[in-house]
Design a protein around this ligand. Structure first.
Ligand code: IPM
Ligand code: MN
Length: 356
């Protein structure tokens, strides 16, 4: 099959983990006799440096014309430490999400059997953990207006707002995913305090009429944060607004042993984007030590969700599992000698070629 893939490596460890993901995608291309066209484009701090804009129009064009976007990471401490900076790399990510209409961010959390000892939680708590978080990605406090500072600068404000249609479209998706899984959906909110959360509850209850076969329950976000580490097995599909989803998925990611393992898919109105959850990890940039599996597993999600190639997706996951079992892993999850980012990438690409 012929497909166009946009490659946005971005900042920090982005380029080096992306290089490994591309090795695996090329191994799939060869093995299945596909033909992929790769177009690289700028995003994040490197885009600011070269064009002044963290999500340049040319990059948006490339994304719109592609069948899928593979994304590395963005962020640079130079901007984090400068509260007065006018443009920030993160604005590029938000602009991309908004302009591509990526309203749903899907973050699957499943434990690797051979890595249970790496989790900060007791093995009996995390064995067989397998859930999916659907995070709303283009609304809420990340985008609400007005926002800013008072005239004298001594106060600041942000706005959390949601429209019914924004809840409906991700809510439906959540019910659909739950239907394909264990049919259990948990909507996470703070309806005891927030008006937006009450709109979410009302809308989810209305949608439930169309999905009577799915069990729906509601959970306050503080309680959800606690249950994720005390009884993670109880979850099947979670759906929540933008900021709660941001926080809960970082928490959820370490349950499986390392933030470096968690992939994500962002889907919506236009081209879907696949990116690791971990971010730019500037301390490791250029050192060839970062875990490339979050990005490689994101490529696996790309085959499944955007390119209609479930077999290819499964093969990548199997190759990652095998690499983990063989101990060919980076320092964050290594029990013995750690392997480098590129060694792990090479091994996974090779395993793809050898899989039955
Ligand atoms: C994420 C990241 C982003 C977010 C940052 C980099 C803007 O933390 O994708 O989870 O907050 O959404
Ligand atoms: Mn985050």
């Amino acid at each position: 099959m012929n497909k166009k893939i946009a490659v946005l490596a971005g900042d920090g460890i982005g380029p080096e983990v992306m290089e490994q993901a591309l090795k695996t995608v090329k191994a799939i291309e060869e093995r299945f006799d596909h033909h992929f066209e790769y177009t690289t484009a700028l995003v994040g701090a490197v885009a600011i440096e070269q064009t002044g804009n963290p999500y340049p129009d040319e990059t948006h064009d490339v994304c719109m014309k592609s069948d899928a976007v593979l994304f590395g990471a963005i962020g640079d401490p130079k901007y984090d430490n400068d509260p007065a900076a006018k443009v920030r790399p993160e604005q590029g990510l938000l602009a991309m999400r908004k302009q591509l209409g990526l309203y749903a961010n899907i973050r699957p959390v499943a434990a690797f059997a051979s890595l249970l000892h790496k989790s900060p939680l007791k093995t009996e708590l995390i064995e067989d953990v397998d859930f999916l978080v659907l995070r709303e990605l283009t609304g809420g406090i990340y985008f609400g207006e007005p926002r800013g500072r008072s005239e004298n600068g001594d106060a600041a404000f942000d706005t959390c707002s949601y429209h019914r249609y924004e809840v409906e479209r991700i809510g439906r998706l959540a019910f659909e995913y739950a239907r394909k899984r264990r049919k259990k959906l948990t909507a996470v909110d703070k309806a005891n305090i927030l008006a937006t959360s009450r709109l979410w509850r009302e809308t989810m209850l209305q949608l439930h009429d169309d999905y009577p076969d799915v069990e729906l329950d509601f959970m306050f976000v503080d309680n959800a944060a606690m249950q994720l580490v005390t009884f993670p097995k109880k979850f099947d599909v979670l759906v929540t607004e933008n900021m709660f989803g941001d926080i809960l998925t970082d928490e959820a990611s370490v349950i499986t042993g390392s933030l470096g393992l968690l992939p994500s898919a962002s889907i919506g109105l236009h081209t879907s984007v696949f990116e690791p959850v971990h971010g730019s990890y500037p301390q490791a940039a250029g050192k060839n030590i970062a875990n490339p599996m979050g990005t490689i597993l994101s490529a696996a999600l790309m085959f499944e969700y955007a390119l209609g190639m479930p077999r290819e997706s499964k093969l990548i996951r199997q190759a990652c599992e095998q690499s983990v079992r063989q101990g060919i892993v980076t320092a964050d999850i290594a029990a013995g000698k750690p392997y480098s980012t590129s060694e792990v990438g090479d091994r996974i690409a090779q395993l793809i070629g050898n899989q039955e």
